[in-house]
Design a protein around this ligand. Sequence first.
Ligand code: SAH
Length: 241
Amino acid sequence: MAWSLTSWLLFLGAACASSRVESENTNGASNAALLDEARARMVREQLEARGVRDPRVLAAMREVPRHRFVPPDVIREAYDDTPLPIGHDQTISQPYIVALMTELARPTPTDRALEIGTGSGYQAAVLSRVVGQVFTIEYVPALAQRAAKALASYPNIVVREGDGYGGWPEHGPYDIILVTAAPETLPPALVDQLAPGGRLVIPIGATTSTQELKLIQKRADGSVVTDSITPVRFVPLVKGR
Ligand code: SAH
């Protein structure tokens, strides 16, 4: 286990009435049930209530244990409606943003997907439940290593340490590209690596100003259609090692 018993008990204390926790927290089955309930509530109150509808995305959000992707000191907030710090000045996105980006990509079971900005590995884990194969690339070596460990039991995810500004051409083209850090302008390589019919979901804009989440779709003839979805706030996409 990556977190201490103390953090674990604190988290459980936050997840339900504390008197009940004390009588149940020696029982692994009860703990798992409480975590499942916290996650189910997250799906109802943060995702369904805000209009996330894709049943496969909702199922993935219900199944993937977000608490296993956050550092021990924030485990008790794992199912809160907020991004959380994961070290190295980076964050794991708010659950709603993870679900929204996944739904916007219209995932199907045979899709090949690329994620730029692995971070904790949580978005990659969610995506891996709704597509065929996920390639994910992370700039900060320590995060890439930690995410690779957290994702070791996910058979259809490949994690690489490196700069994803130019995508990951070796495995392209991709049906889906999710970018979880914001460039100031759209990197052309990402559009190039999108398959015909492919969907790219990406926040664009300077970190100091408003960023906009965009859905960029490539038609069969190679032309591109861009929709602005909603204002967002992401860490910057680093350009260039
Ligand atoms: N998807 C992540 C959240 C990532 S935060 C999750 O589910 O936890 C954004 C991440 O993008 C950070 O970890 C940051 O280090 C990474 N990043 C920034 N620029 C990058 C680049 N050029 N290539 C790859 N990763 C990058």
